[in-house]
Design a protein around this ligand. Structure first.
Ligand code: CMC
Length: 456
């Protein structure tokens, strides 16, 4: 294998990469030529609609015996996709070509879901039909309610959510394979409709309150809020500003191309696992603290700083020591090397909502100080670390009364249409194959079995 030290790299219109036995000649824009020990592979260069280019290495191993090695996929395109465009250097995010800022200002979550899943904005008729479909499927099968009683009171709502989403597949066996577009659309509507109900029921169970059933007179987001916060003993009125803020948050989380959970959904779905099972796997992937779990971690971090006297500089210095791999949560991103456009919208929405609700949250002040300190610190500047979507989102959820352990569930609610859109795109691709990465084996070479008596 060519080690980086032994190679030379030169870029030009064409470029050349040379090692002892290996050279890659890049002839832009059409193809790259790779030569290994005299064997030559001509590899096409694929160009996306926004000018991104990638070398198509599908035939590399057949022609040269080599595979590529990229353990965290930082430099690997796993698919082509028409759904979401991100330019991490310029801080751009678009769904189906539409800037996230426009969608956050003008759209609703259900409309954006339709856009992501079906490829274009719905007509008034399409939107009505889609909304009606979703609204009519918000109830859970009554037997499913028993599941909630069997979890310990301390159960994490993400554990419940993933299990319940997977369990839905056992209730809809007749359409599970989705042989027709109608059956697939039914599965899609059921998922989008029922996930908020599952989420709200898991919260009600955790605080010992009775479940509040969905109500068809509400919008999608208002319905979720009433299932979370209404009690049978009183009338509950949904605050319009809270409803709109939630709508914006869900839109901003709705898709983010090949992130960890979406790639998981695609990989699981590529084995032809059903939609519910694939999404349940995505929920589990999202749970981790480096992904969707970061929003709850941000809150813990802010609480910790407050507890410690509010000294943000002390925390920044601690992060810089890298002791115990401690990180500034809600900062940094694999793709964004600039301000995450979602973070700036959320920051503004957060200020607006807190002002409207007359909430003076000390944690927001700490978050702002922390951001300012980090954005003036060479450690963060050199590494291009900026606030990401999770930095301010928790402060809005908190203002809405949503508890910290539900934050990642809120992320999942938002990401649902993105997961579905990617699953649908992948399964609709006639060239789809099961996802199956390779590896470079580094374990023992041939090593024969020893009977127990001969082992020491
Ligand atoms: N705090 C301190 N240092 C950081 C941070 C951070 N939040 N993020 C990255 N770094 C440093 C890292 O230590 C490394 O330094 P060095 O070059 O000295 O080794 C450098 O920056 C590059 O980091 P990396 O780990 O190679 O970057 P990555 O692309 O693998 O990781 C990330 C991306 C999001 C996992 C990471 O930035 C992180 O852990 N952030 C905190 C967790 C977080 O907020 N996650 C939510 C991501 S956005 C929502 C989502 O998609 O889920």
């Amino acid at each position: 294998m060519v080690k980086p030290g032994r190679a030379q790299i030169r870029y030009a219109t064409g470029g050349i990469f040379m090692g002892r036995h290996l050279s890659i000649i890049v002839i832009m824009p059409d193809y790259a030529k790779l030569s290994l020990n005299g064997a030559i592979a001509k590899l096409p260069v694929f160009k996306g609609t926004e000018g991104e280019r990638g070398i198509d290495i599908r035939e590399l191993r057949d022609r040269t015996g080599l595979i590529t090695l990229d353990p965290s996929y930082a430099n690997t395109g796993s698919c082509t996709s028409d759904i979401t465009f991100i330019d991490g250097e310029r801080g751009i995010l678009r769904y189906r070509g539409m800037p996230i800022e426009e969608l956050a200002r003008k759209s609703t979550f259900l409309e954006t879901s339709y856009l992501l899943i079906y490829g274009s904005l719905p007509t008034a008729k399409d939107l009505k039909e889609f909304t009606t479909n979703v609204t009519r499927h918000t109830l859970l099968h009554e037997d499913l309610k028993n599941f909630f009683s069997n979890y310990p009171i301390t159960a994490h709502p993400m554990a419940i959510l993933s299990a319940m989403v997977c369990s839905l597949s056992s209730y809809y066996a007749e359409t599970l394979i989705a042989r027709t577009p109608e059956e697939l659309n039914l599965n899609i509507a059921r998922l989008i409709a029922k996930v908020p109900t599952v989420a709200a029921f898991s919260y009600k169970k955790s605080i010992g309150q009775p479940f509040v059933y969905p109500h068809n007179s509400h919008s999608y987001t208002a319905n979720f809020l009433q299932m979370m916060f209404a009690v049978p003993a009183e009338e509950y009125k949904v605050d319009k500003d809270v409803e709109r803020a939630l709508e914006i948050l869900l839109i901003l989380h709705a898709d983010h191309e090949q992130n960890c959970s979406t790639s998981t959904v695609r990989l699981v779905g590529s084995s032809q696992a059903n939609l519910f099972a694939s999404i349940a796997a995505g929920v589990c992937a999202l749970w981790g603290r480096l992904h969707g779990g970061a929003n709850a971690e941000v809150m813990d971090m802010l609480e910790r700083i407050r507890h410690d006297g509010g000294d943000v500089k002390k925390y920044i210095d601690l992060v810089k020591t890298k002791k115990n791999k401690i990180r500034l949560m809600g900062f940094g991103h694999r793709v964004y090397k600039n301000y995450d456009p979602r973070a700036s919208i959320i920051k503004n929405a957060c200020h607006k909502l807190l002002r409207k609700l007359h909430i003076d949250d000390e944690l927001l002040d700490i978050a702002i100080q922390l951001e300012n300190a980090a954005l003036h610190d060479p450690y963060f500047l050199e590494r291009h670390l900026y606030p990401n979507v999770d930095f301010y989102s928790g402060l809005i959820y908190r203002a809405m009364g949503i508890p910290t352990n539900m934050f990642t569930v809120m992320f999942a609610l938002g990401r649902l249409p993105g997961w579905i859109a990617h699953w649908k795109e992948m399964r609709g691709d006639p060239g789809m194959k099961i996802g199956r990465p390779r590896q470079i084996y580094t374990g023992p070479t041939l090593n024969h079995y020893k009977p127990l008596a001969q082992r020491r």
